[in-house]
Design a binder for this molecule. Structure first.
Ligand code: B12
Ligand code: SF4
Length: 443
């Protein structure tokens, strides 16, 4: 038996104008270039859960032939997708099913919109493949595959459920980065976040030894890989974080992750991060004013920290870790003056990297429910516009056009050579002051 596992990878920037401007995305993406795709950790996990007597083929969507006659006739196909590429996923599933190849769909969007997804699948898996995929394959072999399987939401890293992703399937492939997940979920619970605790799972972490084993396995498949931790918020638990960093340091890795501003409050943690090879962290700063942050998360966690944003960014960058500050434009408090305010904030902060996004009502988020209830969604189904750069709702205090035009204006300013070079110079000066070793280690 042979199963085809297809990853709907790559990054979607619908507007060429924005792509050309070099909208930066998590990681070390050269501005002006399209990001190289990362492998799908979800599917490498599915592969690891597949019984050893079944052969698996890991395939990137972009290499799937357009001609049906050239599609491989697998016994079963499994596809993983986020929201932005779900329509293409359904189209591909329909093609396979039309030629008699059964299809199982899984991943974040399928878990959030199971009724929609099941119309294009022989089986869907809701939540983790852990606790569902082995049973699905056994049922398939026995000719009794069900329409829906419920995977684990909690306890995915517990002994018995946990598997090491099949990083070996990546050997010889041209990825420039590889992902390893250390934790899942984020307790801050921002209203718009498609990864917050309410959506993906309760916050759960892998034991440090597991993470180290995975890092070794993931990096063994490449010559000089850059690691991206596929976490929502890596350093929620500082004690666990420090234990992990101490074990990571001897691996001599270069890596990136996403976390929150509180890492700046702990000098020991920052020092350990730098020593363990952390080159950049992405932090959701969201808005250039405290007012914009009020009500964003249930405890105003971010609003309460706004007055420390600038000093926190300085401390992190002074430790040799660049900050990729991300912002969400079009929050309900934002008027058309937010674009100029944000440019001022970016200048004052000296953030090395900036990621500008448009507030996006991803299905299943509290934001989606609220905007839907208030009749503010521009369309019933807009999944291919869930790119973080498209406007899909009526902003509260500006028009759709003002938000779109303001976003493009701001992106042109923030990503201009003038602004980027100024930020880069500042970061290099910090590096020189520290040890004379600047951006060479970041590129
Ligand atoms: C790494 C990452 C990327 C990588 C993805 C590489 C890849 N091929 O997977 C890159 C940088 C390319 C990327 C791109 C984008 N990303 Co991204 N990304 C992430 C991040 C940080 C981690 C994803 C991950 O690896 N998780 C770990 C794996 C193990 O979890 P998983 O994928 O959910 O898989 C599990 C289950 O879902 C299930 N499963 C998954 N697939 C399948 C398939 C089958 C058959 C079965 C049975 C089960 C199953 O089992 C797995 C094991 O438990 C998440 C945050 C998050 N919490 O997910 C954001 C996230 C997924 N990204 C997001 C977004 C918005 C994007 C972009 C649109 C950004 C852009 N403009 O380009 C694009 C979309 C790309 C696309 N092709 O659709 C959103 C998606 C929201 C949504 N509802 O879709 C997230 C949640 C971030 C956020 N907080 O908003 N991203
Ligand atoms: S802090 Fe970041 S990861 Fe956590 S809920 Fe908010 S946006 Fe999501």
């Amino acid at each position: 038996m042979r199963i085809g596992l297809i990853a709907m990878s790559g990054v979607r920037v619908r507007t060429e104008e924005l792509a050309e401007m070099g909208v930066t995305l998590p990681g070390f993406v050269n501005r002006g270039k399209v990001i190289a795709s990362l492998p799908s950790l979800g599917l490498l996990t599915v592969a690891a859960l597949t019984p050893p007597d079944v052969e698996v083929a890991y395939i990137e969507y972009d290499s799937v032939p357009e001609d049906d006659a050239e599609l491989e006739r697998f016994d079963l196909v499994g596809i993983s997708s986020f929201t932005a590429r779900i329509e293409a996923t359904y189209a591909l599933a329909d093609r396979y099913r039309a030629m008699g190849v059964p299809v199982a769909l899984g991943g974040l969007h399928v878990s959030l919109m199971p009724d929609e997804a099941r119309q294009h699948a022989d089986a869907i898996v809701v939540d983790g493949a852990e606790g569902a995929w082995p049973e699905l394959v056994a049922d398939f072999k026995a000719g009794r595959m069900k329409k829906r399987y419920q995977g684990l939401r909690k306890g995915v890293f517990a002994p018995g459920a946990y598997v090491m992703p099949r990083f070996d399937l990546l050997e010889g492939r041209p990825y420039n980065r590889v992902t390893v997940q250390t934790s899942r979920g984020c307790p801050i619970n921002c209203e718009f976040c498609a990864a917050s605790l309410r959506i993906t799972s309760s916050f759960q972490q892998k034991p440090v030894e597991r993470v180290i084993e995975e890092l070794r396995a993931a990096t063994a498949a490449f010559d000089s890989p850059f690691v991206e931790l596929a976490d929502d918020n890596t350093f929620v638990n500082k004690k666990w974080g420090k234990a992990l960093l101490k074990e990571m340091a001897p691996l001599n890795l270069r890596w990136f992750t996403e976390t929150d501003i509180s890492v700046a409050d702990d000098p020991e943690l920052l020092d350990l991060m730098a020593k363990a090879g952390c080159k950049q962290i992405l932090i959701g700063l969201e808005s250039p004013s405290e007012g914009g942050l009020v009500g964003l998360d249930p405890h105003d966690w971010k609003a309460r920290r706004f007055d420390k944003y600038l000093s926190a960014i300085s401390r992190i960058q002074a430790a040799g870790i660049s900050v990729n500050g991300t912002f969400v434009l079009g929050l309900d408090s934002h008027t058309s003056s937010v674009f100029a305010e944000l440019l001022d904030f970016v200048r004052a902060s000296n953030l090395l990297e900036v990621q500008l996004t448009v507030q996006t009502p991803f299905p299943g988020t509290p934001l989606y429910e609220r905007l839907k209830r208030d009749g503010r969604l521009l369309a019933e189904r807009y999944w291919d516009r869930c790119t973080l750069f498209d406007v899909n709702y009526v902003p509260a205090r500006m028009s759709v056009e003002e938000l779109e035009q303001g976003f493009v204006w701001l992106a042109a300013e923030v990503y201009s050579d003038r602004e980027f070079n100024r930020r880069k110079r500042h970061y290099m000066d910090l590096a020189k002051a520290r040890n004379g070793d600047g951006l060479r280690s970041v590129a």
